[in-house]
Ligand binder design. Sequence first.
Ligand code: IMP
Length: 179
Amino acid sequence: MTDIKINDKIFRKSITGEEINSQISRIAASIDSDYKGKKPLLLGVLNGCFMFASDLMKQLHIECEISFVKLSSYQGTTTTGTVNEVMGLSESVTGRDIIIVEDIVDTGLTMQRMIETLNAQKPASVAIASLFVKPARLKVPVDVKYSAFTIPDRFIVGYGLDYDGLGRNLPDIYDAVEE
Ligand code: IMP
């Protein structure tokens, strides 16, 4: 068992980088087949998505583009309950097939806001690819078409996900240990 400390909290390794990679290969194969002949726009939600978006895009073989937006609702391990505006959507999404690339769907409020914002611009389609989903925490129904891992209600760090800004550089996933 590998434990690490970030600020005041202990985290324990739960998912390896290799496991993440093989799940990303599975998702990439599904996207390749579902979007054959199309040219989807991947829309990454910063900051947490950056490793997932990069590794996912490397494994896609279809023509695709990528852009990023920012929108954050978290401070520490508890949600503030308020979701901010979507910032940085410079691309036109009208008529495009959009795949939102997210690190984790927790309450679902971020994805709900993203979808509302995108739908106002009449895209051809919108799908969500999220590395993690915490179903026990969902406050609103969110349809995550491509997800790598369904996890229990636990705070995680690593592979782009942070605790107070730290831990994003870890190649594996670590669960917060309850004390
Ligand atoms: P939601 O709007 O509640 O679904 O929150 C989604 C955002 O909260 C994610 O994009 C993450 O930035 C953050 N988040 C939720 N759960 C975790 C976690 O376990 N670790 C790190 N960040 C998290």
